[in-house]
Design a protein around this ligand. Structure first.
Ligand SMILES: Cc1ncc(COP(=O)(O)O)c(C=O)c1O
Length: 418
């Protein structure tokens, strides 16, 4: 009896270029074609009936069954190619769902898994749009959010233990903008101890898919604003959710078909072409950011720099070392001199641009208290460290020495308001 050789498993940078796309289905084109059709011709009425039964969840496709496409709001070839090609980038993932923005992904997630009367636990601070979704849409619909401060493992555990009808734990780590980290693996353990087995979902936009792998830490789903690093050029909006369990992803596909928030073919094609370079870009961006953040930490006009390699809290250092491979390309800092100093700094930048968003190849800087986090109450801002003197920077792939020179010259023009 011959022993079967185990299949050779290629690593993610190879898999993303070689898996999930069959050139024969695109008339031999080496890169995917764009399929802009809104509707698809069925191979037979029986195939149409079968496709509808599967799409509505009344039947399961057999292994290797080729199911006819129906209509582009449900799915289309470029979404399917993208959803297959992105999977190797997220260790532990088996399936994914693509949406037309990060917020479309996050709102579809809550509408899929949190019915009326249920509750979810979430860490704060959260991205402003998610915060708005929770308070302005979910709460009025009777979907109850319980907040815990990012990084507070004890409080998260006790919130999970006592939450009624708990369905989901939503973690954003590192938390925007001061980069507080929450222990994903410990949240997953708390979820597994709970009788409802709530889903653990991580917004992995800041460090993923290259430097942090939530599914390896036993989270159920990783959520992205793919507008950021995955796309990388600040020129398209997209969202992604990846998971180990394809049936969870199938439920998200179902919600997406109803809400109509699938990513369109052209954007899928663009995003797909950016996937093979995401880890190259992120590595360069992280190296740049580390050099700049560490150099600015001792500047006399700067009170404090927030960056993973500069953490001083032992618990934060423990979490960082347990779940992050590299520190990433975002840092924030507090200037001496309050809001006027922060605004002067932003006004005087010559290479970095004063804009919200992050993850693109160009360096961006913003003032969270008056922009991305302006919807928070003053008390929440204070509690979470979103002060008037705080500036957040997303570092790009420029030469780090030019960026550091730009930051120094912008700091020189800040009048000392102390
Ligand atoms: C952490 C995080 N999650 C979600 C979003 C929302 O993504 P999008 O703007 O693609 O809807 C953002 C956007 O800035 C974000 O920073």
């Amino acid at each position: 009896m011959g022993t079967k050789k185990p299949a050779y498993i290629v690593r993610p940078p190879t898999a993303v270029l070689t898996r999930g796309f069959d050139p024969r289905l695109s008339v031999g084109s080496a890169r995917p074609a764009v399929f802009r059709s809104s509707t698809y011709v069925f191979s037979s009425p029986e195939s149409a009936e079968r496709a509808f039964a599967i799409s509505l969840g009344h039947a399961q496709p057999n292994e290797k069954e080729s199911v006819d496409l129906i209509y582009a709001r449900i799915s289309h070839p470029n979404a399917e190619i993208l959803e297959d090609q992105v999977v190797p980038l997220e260790p532990g993932a088996k399936a994914s769902a693509v949406f037309n923005s990060g917020m479309a992904a996050i709102s579809s997630l809550f509408f899929t898994f949190c019915p009326q009367g249920s509750s979810f636990v979430y860490t704060t601070p959260l991205y402003g749009g998610t915060y708005h979704l929770i308070h302005q849409l979910l709460e009025p619909l009777g979907i109850h959010g319980i907040s815990v401060p990012a990084g507070d493992t004890k409080q998260l555990n006790s919130a999970v233990e006592s939450a009624p009808n708990l369905r989901l734990i939503f973690i954003e780590t590192p938390a925007n903008p001061v980069l507080t980290m929450t222990d994903i693996s410990s949240a997953s353990k708390a979820a597994h101890r709970h009788p409802n087995s709530p889903l653990v979902v991580v917004d992995n936009t800041f460090l993923g898919p290259t430097f942090q792998h939530p599914l390896v830490q036993n989270a159920d789903l990783a959520v992205y604003s793919a507008t950021k690093y995955l796309s990388g050029f600040s020129d398209l909006l997209a969202g992604l959710i990846l998971g180990r369990d394809p049936s969870l992803i199938a439920q998200l596909h179902g919600t997406r078909a109803v809400l109509g928030n699938i990513l369109q073919a052209d954007e899928c094609w663009l995003l797909d072409s950016r996937l093979p370079t995401v880890s190259l870009r992120m590595n360069r961006q992280s190296k740049n950011a580390q050099r700049i953040a560490e150099a600015l930490a001792t500047h006399k006009k700067i009170e404090k720099v927030f960056y993973p390699t500069l953490f001083d809290n032992p618990e934060q250092i423990r979490i960082r070392d347990a779940q992050c491979q590299f520190p990433g390309a975002i840092f924030s800092f507090r200037l001496h001199g309050g809001k006027r100093a922060a605004f002067d700094f932003l006004r005087n930048l010559q290479i970095a641009r004063n804009a919200v968003s992050l993850g693109g190849v160009e360096t961006l800087a913003c003032h969270p208290a008056s922009t991305t986090h302006s919807e928070m109450s003053n008390e929440d801002q204070k509690l979470l460290g979103v002060t008037d003197s705080l500036v957040r920077v997303s570092v790009g792939i420029e030469d780090w020495r030019d960026l550091l020179h730009d930051f120094h010259q912008a700091l020189n023009s800040v009048t000392n308001y102390e």
